[in-house]
Design a binder for this molecule. Structure first.
Ligand code: HEC
Length: 419
């Protein structure tokens, strides 16, 4: 029988292979150096569900906060980050400068060469024959006038890596390729690496604290969105059924969602959902936001300073495999979420109705599926929520060998150079 997890994943892969990434050197020249996430730091591990939500809102606020770049353009922090296109250009430049390192070893690309390649990528647009300074200035002017035009940057990239994480992955490309080439290098699920300093040999070493990666789902304005009801009763029954079910079809009213306007066609895309994984703790904090302008349960505890259209999003999050207790067991939230808890039997729960759309995924919890990142997942328990591994080959990241396949891209570069 095909393992459950692989079934859940398969639809994602076919979607990924259709996506054509478009983030050009000109976009990067407009953005310049990506800005890093300011880690909260210290021991942030929450002890109660309320603390978990407060921490998650704070992290989400930092990730979506508008930042002003050197070029004068304003973007949400995560949209300054690196998608597969940037990573591919940077990887190529590292290899051209340094030559491929011996893949069977776990050598790391020199820090200075990696940094230089990032700097090169920020200005490389001007090296192309097609470089047109006038067109560049015109585009910059449009972006300064209208932040929605600026937000078109990176809106074609489903997955974006923060600078710290992007540099770590590039520097450790030999380890990434080694696990792709030799399945035997991927530790078996029960090999206990948690007690050691490194449970993620397939990306060299664990991602540095403060690393962030996001996965976005944008929708075209003219496309109708199948709205999924997310008041707590509706979520309770969808979790019981296991699969998200949309109800009415509607247009996203202007101004209620984070939007990105194509400067040529004037068409506006809307951000429907955003996954955020942050290495504030060793097993990451897993957060997801979805558009839901009608005031309801999963957004009501949002902090006052949540910026702009982001006020119209709801959120769920997990910081571990097990659900945390409530501070106030008889609070409205605790009573309302009891239905979800009954279904998840002490496991944590968090699922985005617009991204985790595969059958069965409404009762998942991010971390249970992501623990298999970098492996060939075969072992699932408790609807994929339970902890079954003692090591995490790619530090919980799936996109090295699935979806946008960053590792396959690294491998392609090295093999094309005849190594
Ligand atoms: C059933 C498995 C599954 C579940 C459940 C799941 N994901 Fe993922 N996730 C994936 C796969 C596969 C990819 C890579 C595919 C792609 O490029 O979209 C991915 C990609 C991501 C990425 C991009 C980085 C990376 O390489 O992993 C983030 C961030 C992410 N997911 C966050 C979340 C969050 C937050 C949740 C819970 C709300 C969640 N995921 C639930 C399977 C899952």
């Amino acid at each position: 029988m095909k393992p459950l997890l692989l079934c859940l994943l398969s639809a994602l892969f076919s979607e990924a292979s259709r996506a054509s990434p478009r983030s050009t050197p000109v976009d990067r020249k407009l953005t310049g150096e990506a800005l890093d996430y300011g880690r909260i730091g210290g021991d942030v591990r929450p002890r109660t569900r309320e603390e978990e939500r407060r921490l998650s809102w704070e992290i989400a606020r930092r990730v979506v906060a508008p930042v002003k770049l050197k070029s004068g353009i304003t973007l949400p922090l995560f949209q300054t980050w690196y998608g597969k296109d940037d990573l591919s250009r940077i990887m190529g430049q590292v290899l051209k400068t340094q030559g491929p390192l011996s893949i069977p070893s776990t050598l790391v690309a020199q820090k200075e060469i990696v940094q230089e390649a990032f700097r090169w990528n920020e200005t490389s647009a001007a090296l192309f024959r097609s470089w047109d300074p006038k067109a560049f200035e015109e585009r910059r002017r449009l972006m300064l006038e209208d932040p929605t035009v600026a937000s078109a940057i990176n809106s074609e990239q489903r997955v974006l890596f923060s600078p710290k994480l992007a540099a770590h992955l590039i520097a450790n490309y030999p380890s990434v390729i080694r696990c792709l080439r030799e399945a035997g290098k991927i530790p078996s699920p029960h090999e206990d690496l948690e007690a050691s300093e490194n449970f993620s040999p397939c990306i060299g070493t664990e991602a540095p604290f403060g690393s962030v990666v996001v996965k976005a789902r944008w929708v075209q304005d003219e496309g109708q969105v199948q709205k999924v009801p997310t008041d707590v009763d509706a979520v309770g029954s969808q979790v019981t059924g296991g699969t998200w079910i949309g109800s009415e079809k509607l247009h996203i009213p202007a101004g209620t969602a984070h939007g990105a306007k194509d400067p040529v066609t004037g068409k506006v895309k809307k951000l429907l959902a955003l996954h955020i994984a942050v290495k504030e703790t060793r097993d990451w904090v897993w957060i997801t936001l979805w558009w839901a302008p009608d005031k309801n349960h999963f957004g009501e505890d949002k902090p006052q300073d949540f910026p702009g259209a982001w006020r119209n999003y709801e959120m769920c999050s997990v910081t571990g495999y097990k659900a945390l207790p409530y501070e106030k067991r008889d609070s409205v939230r605790a009573l309302a979420e009891a239905a979800i808890d009954r279904e998840t039997q002490g496991d944590s729960w968090c699922s985005n109705p617009y991204i985790e759309v595969e059958p069965g995924n409404a009762r998942s919890n991010c971390i249970g599926c992501h623990q298999h990142g970098g492996s060939e997942a075969t072992d699932v328990s408790r609807h994929g929520r339970g902890k079954v591994r003692r090591n995490f080959p790619s530090d919980y990241l799936w996109s090295m060998n699935h979806g946008i396949e960053v590792g396959t891209m690294f491998r392609g570069w090295v093999e094309n150079l005849g190594f």
